[in-house]
Design a protein around this ligand. Structure first.
Ligand code: PLP
Ligand SMILES: N[C@@H](CCOP(=O)(O)O)C(=O)O
Length: 479
């Protein structure tokens, strides 16, 4: 399997070669040359597999440069009840991504946040940590990860990489924008290989710095800069697995269809759903839900993609989705325009210059229905109302991002098709808003009671790629 860039000007690469880096050298994102196709016989066989077995079956379609026995061992080591198990009947459950039905057989939450940092990012990040370790050991190399977070990728990456030999993590977060719990989760880590940098800006500014550094090829090579955001293909590939697992949990036969509702920001999660559908998973609809930062909803409704600048990006009560420039959207547009790298390059020359593009009058947009997308958005009042509704009607406390998904699901679902809302975080991470909605605190998992009181370690900096590069260089050179 070879990987090509969405901008069409980088040489095809193997999985391990693209695993450690972020953007392709031409500034694009990597995708497989073609999507592996899944047959009916595959689906029948995969229905019976455990999560770790399914992860191996799917990932081995994307990864052909790690020996099968090693890849299997990595999947087995990653997807265990110890890492993802929630407590059921006094013991850790082993189903990794259970479906919590709100309306049996009709509307459910696909639980993705039972991992160590209580958000769906753990699903892929734990695997990435183990893959990095494997490849770095084989090559005798080290890596300096530069990432951007709006609250969840950062802690998932830091928990996956803390203490790992040969790995340093430099994580940029938006100063003052995350919840108190999210800040505490990241900034209280005292591991010597973890560096938290809060930038005076939004997530998009932080992500722009990551891209600027990745596009400085000499610096990237000298300081061995790697990526853990969903610009890294490994993240997206690992996220494909739970769409299959969710489908099997919600159906009895492979003749049925399922719709997925995905709270979205950087378009990584729903991009994985798009890929699962392109592989042949019987998905009826992929329903995208945004918060007040509704750039993606606007595109699916109008054909206009107009990323907002920092001043126009709202700070909301679903802060992890405060994103106005969705990196992975480029992967979908590459498919939409017939995998034409020149066309993508031209469209993103406008985006990268701070502009917009309009596909509304194109035959490609006229045919967008074939990809199965629908979309909607939410806001603070609707979020609070949905959290209350879930509590009162379904006796379930949901987090603010999942609430945006459920709000859109209730508006757009087809009651004849089982619909799974992707549960992207646990409510404990967003306590302030849960208290505002329900008048009581959500339950916290054991051991996290006083996390906000722990000493925190973070450097506050301007959004300045050169200054951040200098900090990384100083740290690496100091050993
Ligand atoms: C809790 C939560 N929900 C939803 C999202 C949006 O996911 P994506 O950026 O993959 O679209 C994020 C961040 O990415 C998140 O942390
Ligand atoms: N919501 C994320 C930001 C997007 O990150 P990605 O790693 O999925 O690209 C966060 O919580 O950090």
């Amino acid at each position: 399997m070879r990987y090509i860039s969405t901008r069409g000007q980088s040489a095809p690469q193997s999985f391990c070669d693209i695993l450690l880096g972020g953007l392709a050298p031409d500034g694009g994102l990597y995708l497989p040359e073609s999507y592996p196709q899944v047959s009916r016989a595959d689906l029948d066989a995969w229905r019976k597999l455990s999560y770790a077995e399914l992860a191996f079956a799917i990932l081995s379609r994307f990864i052909d440069d790690i020996p099968a026995a090693d890849l299997k061992a990595i999947c087995d080591k990653t997807y265990t009840a110890d890492v993802y198990g929630y407590v059921r009947d006094g013991a850790k459950a082993s189903d990794i991504t259970p479906v919590h039905w709100l309306e049996p057989g009709k509307l459910g939450l696909l639980e993705l946040s039972n991992g160590p940092t209580l958000a769906f990012k753990d699903m892929a990040m734990q695997l990435l940590g183990n893959l990095f370790e494997y490849v770095l050991d084989k090559r005798g190399e080290e890596i300096n990860i530069l990432g951007a977070t709006s609250g969840d990728t950062g802690s998932a990456a830091e928990y996956a990489m803390r203490g790992k030999h040969g790995v340093r993590v430099f994580m940029l977060s938006p100063h003052g924008r995350m919840s108190a719990f999210q800040r505490a989760q990241m900034y209280s880590l005292q591991d010597a290989n973890i560096y938290n940098i809060a930038v005076r800006g939004m997530f998009d500014d932080a992500q722009d710095v990551v891209k600027a550094v990745s596009n400085d090829h000499a610096y990237k090579a000298k300081y061995k800069i790697g990526a853990v955001n969903s610009i890294n293909w490994g993240r997206v590939a690992a996220q494909v697995v739970y769409y299959f697992k969710g489908y099997f949990a919600a159906t009895e036969s492979n003749d049925q269809q399922v719709s997925f509702v995905v709270p979205s920001g950087n378009f990584g999660n729903i991009c994985a759903g798009h890929i699962a559908r392109m592989m042949g998973l019987p998905v009826a609809k992929l329903i995208l839900a945004t918060n007040e930062n509704d750039v993606l909803d606007e595109f699916f409704r109008s054909g206009v993609y107009r990323p907002r600048n920092t001043a126009e990006t709202h700070a909301t009560s679903s802060p992890s989705m405060d994103i106005s420039k969705a990196s992975n959207f480029e992967r979908f547009v590459f498919d939409l325009v017939g995998r034409n790298g020149n066309a993508v390059r031209e469209l993103w020359s406008k985006v990268d210059a701070g502009g917009a593009f309009d596909l509304s009058a194109t035959p490609e947009f006229a045919a967008i229905g074939q990809y199965g997308f629908a979309s909607g958005s939410s806001n603070h009042a609707a979020r609070l109302a949905t959290i209350r509704l879930a509590d009162e009607k379904y006796a379930t406390v949901i987090d603010t991002h999942t609430a945006d998904g459920l709000k859109v699901a209730l508006e757009l679902r087809d009651p004849a098709v089982p619909t799974l809302v992707l549960e992207t975080a646990q409510p404990a991470k967003f306590e302030e808003t849960i208290v505002e909605a329900l008048g009581r605190k959500p339950t916290r998992p054991a051991g996290l009671d006083n996390i906000e009181a722990l000493p925190q370690r973070v450097e506050v900096m301007d959004v300045d790629a050169e200054a951040i590069k200098a900090l990384i260089a100083r740290t690496v050179e100091a050993g």
